[in-house]
Write a protein that binds this ligand. Structure first.
Ligand SMILES: [Zn+2]
Length: 260
């Protein structure tokens, strides 16, 4: 959901209501710039009130695409600071989850970066849950292997956000990915699913999301959504936005769920 309108973050909740959604994801600032954005007067109250009216509306902030928690030097510092800013905003807004890609470089560095961001944000016990997302891989990108991602968060309070497009592009069959996720991460540590079809073939390492059933994944995607192990999960679509696209993706998803 966009926060570009005059209501800011509260506008995202408004749009969710219009579309009949039961969860949302936002960027709390431009995802392709280091510039931060401060919350406007009334924005926090406006969002919290709408969220409550919509039955709680579980919400996610996606961190900036520039963030690389596994980088060295200044890039690492900026990344940690940017993520801490998102965590602090989530805390202020009552947003439950913040999702970030682990970055490119040593896994140890990524883990330290994520933990440092939590520390800088001064998260309390009831603060947002920081989730590392699996990736499509390529180069030194962390998170393509679910096993490695599990090792990265072991012994930390971090969780995982699972993206269907990324897993497929990283070479997984979705049923196998889900088994692996259950075995090595534990599904109790995976509260959020990114539900996207994939433009690239399985194993292509192409991170390009497609509308549901218009990409390469096929029926595996429907079977994944309907897996009883994922009944209590929050599903977020990061599919191309537009009136027609939204209508298509929601129609497909609601059809699968039998709530069309
Ligand atoms: Zn995603």
């Amino acid at each position: 959901m966009s926060i570009a309108g005059k209501l800011g973050v509260a506008g995202a909740a408004e749009e969710a209501d219009l579309l009949g959604l039961s969860a949302i994801q936002i960027f709390a600032k431009s995802p392709r710039s280091w510039k931060t954005r401060s919350l406007k007067p009334g924005e926090v109250e406006g969002f919290r009130a709408r969220k409550e009216n919509l039955g709680g509306l579980p919400s996610v902030i996606h961190a900036s695409y520039l963030v690389n928690l596994a980088a060295e030097g200044e890039l690492w510092e900026k990344s940690v600071f940017s993520l801490a800013d998102d965590l602090a905003k989530a805390q202020a807004l009552g947003i439950e989850y913040v999702v970030v890609h682990p970055g490119s470089g040593p896994a140890e560095k990524a883990r330290a970066g994520a933990l440092r961001a939590r520390e800088l944000a001064g998260l309390g016990k009831n603060g947002p849950w920081l989730l590392l997302e699996n990736t499509a891989g390529g180069g030194e990108k962390l998170g393509a292997s679910l096993h490695t991602l599990a090792e990265l968060i072991e012994g930390t309070p971090l969780g995982v956000c699972f993206d269907t497009c990324h897993a497929f592009a990283a070479g997984y069959r979705l049923p196998e990915a889900l088994d692996e996720l259950e075995k090595s991460v534990g599904l109790h540590r995976v509260p959020v699913i990114h539900l996207n079809d994939s433009v690239g073939e399985r194993g292509s390492q192409i991170d390009h999301h497609a509308n549901l059933m218009e990409g390469q994944i096929g029926d595996e995607l429907k079977n994944f959504v309907l897996d009883p192990r994922l009944e209590d999960k929050i599903f977020i679509m990061e599919t191309p936005r537009g009136t027609l696209e939204d209508a298509h993706n929601l129609r497909v998803l609601r059809g699968w769920l039998g709530i069309a």
